[in-house]
Design a protein around this ligand. Structure first.
Ligand code: ATP
Ligand code: MG
Length: 415
């Protein structure tokens, strides 16, 4: 991609209401555009990063489930049937905007914050025998939540993206077998995203579905909104919400010995048991033809929140620093008064299948370098009168530059 193709410029100035580091940097670098507090458009560079994050999630989820894409609009009746219409404190609904619209259709709809209330009756439709189970279905799409505070950029959206997987089982034992198998899938995702070391499986409240605990995946982060008690040695953590004296006893943990840190919840797996199957009368017939309730689990990962977490985790004084696996491009190419040479190298890199962003603007070198640091692509290549037949290579996180032959550059980037 050429920088001149992108109709969204980098800027030093950002709206003063953008207080979070991730929203500031992503906005300055032209990755996102805030439409309202908690809702962000993905611009070309941001969309590339988000797509890569979601493809990493997708690759792991394809090992355990099949992908669908559900609607965001949901009938209010479904939410009433589960008893959640009046109780979910972030639930939003649509109404006709004006009289003329109301003349056409006055129906109101829920804007889905999660999909148990929709997927349970849908799966129940055609899967009523023990032979149909287990079932595991996931999607990666937009959710809506009426969040009271939306000052943390991508960490907390009113409109945000989530991977949500739902599993359906004949028994609690089968649910828990699947539930346990999700943990390594989640760990593999965070590992690939470059935050594996800083992301801890964390015991959290089981909510009103189960008296047991659920598990969150928490990434240690100063600006994170959660507080966790961390046992670094054993790589396990406890959400503050489960650190009461009763919990201490039940879990056999001395919380006073643990490190208290801030963290951001980047995933959550939840044994729903029979809460939704009961609400939607989802039973299956066993070998004897007896009807039994289906056991369910749900498994979420916030893909846009992850993007914000990764920005905050790795940013330095000059801008963002993307892990290779999700950088918008593998290299940024800068030409300084050497447009023809730039074009030649750009074409070569593209022909070799290397993802390259070419800063082909008619700009001062200093401005291009500053923008490259801000955007945070792992490798910066420079061609100028000074570099002659060679190319200057600099890693984003290093101050050293090297002059290399084109072939060496291509070799290095192929790995
Ligand atoms: P939180 O406690 O942060 O409000 P939650 O526990 O209500 O989140 P879940 O219903 O567990 O959220 O959603 C699954 C995942 O979706 C979370 O682990 C998180 O990564 C992400 N997520 C939840 N709410 C938001 C939001 N408002 N903005 C961005 N990501 C979110
Ligand atoms: Mg959660």
């Amino acid at each position: 991609m050429r920088v001149t193709q992108i109709p969204f410029k980098t800027s030093k100035m950002v709206a003063s209401e953008l207080v979070s580091i991730n929203a500031k940097l992503l906005t300055q670098a032209g990755f996102i555009h805030q439409e309202l507090a908690g809702a962000y458009t993905m611009l070309p560079l941001g969309l590339r990063v988000l797509t890569k994050i979601e493809n990493i999630i997708r690759a792991q989820m394809d090992k355990v489930g099949v992908e669908i894409n559900m609607t965001s609009l949901a009938p209010i009746a479904n939410w009433q049937q589960s008893g959640r219409f009046e109780t979910v404190d972030v639930l939003m609904k649509t109404t006709p905007a004006n009289k003329v619209s109301a003349q056409k259709n006055t129906t109101e709809y829920v804007l889905s914050p999660t999909h148990e209330d929709m997927i349970t009756p849908m799966i129940a439709e055609g899967n009523r025998s023990y032979k149909d189970l287990p079932i595991s279905v996931y999607q990666i799409q937009t959710k809506f939540r009426n969040e009271p505070r939306a000052k943390s950029g991508l960490l907390r959206g009113r409109e945000f993206r989530m991977k949500d997987l739902y599993s359906f089982h004949v028994s609690e034992a089968d649910l828990m077998r699947f539930y346990e198998a999700m943990k390594p899938r989640y760990s593999a995702i965070y590992e690939k995203l470059g935050i594996g070391n800083d992301t801890y499986i964390t015991l959290a409240s089981g909510g009103d579905f189960t008296t047991e605990y659920s598990h969150e995946f928490q990434t240690v982060l100063d600006s994170g909104e959660d507080t966790i008690y961390l046992d670094r040695e054993n790589r396990i953590a406890y959400n503050k919400e489960v650190t009461s004296p009763e919990d201490a006893k039940k879990l056999g943990v001395d919380f006073s010995k643990l490190e208290i840190v801030r963290a951001s919840e980047v995933g959550n797996i939840f044994p729903l048991m029979t809460k939704f199957s009961k609400a939607f009368n989802y039973t299956y017939a066993d070998e004897n033809g007896t009807q039994n309730p289906v056991f369910m689990g749900c498994y979420g990962i916030g893909s846009t929140r992850l993007m914000g977490v990764i920005v905050e985790k790795f940013a330095d004084g000059k801008g963002m620093v993307w892990p290779k696996a999700i950088a918008p491009f593998a290299v940024e190419l800068i030409d300084i008064n050497a447009h023809e040479r730039g074009e030649e190298i750009y074409t070569k890199l593209q022909d070799t299948g290397i993802e390259v962003l070419w800063d082909d603007r008619d700009e001062r070198a200093g401005a291009k370098f500053a923008d490259a640091d801000l955007i945070g692509i792992p490798v910066r290549l420079v061609v100028s009168a000074k570099t002659g037949d060679q190319i200057e290579w600099k890693d984003r996180t290093s101050d050293q530059t090297q002059l290399l032959e084109l072939n060496t550059v291509l070799e290095r980037l192929k790995i």
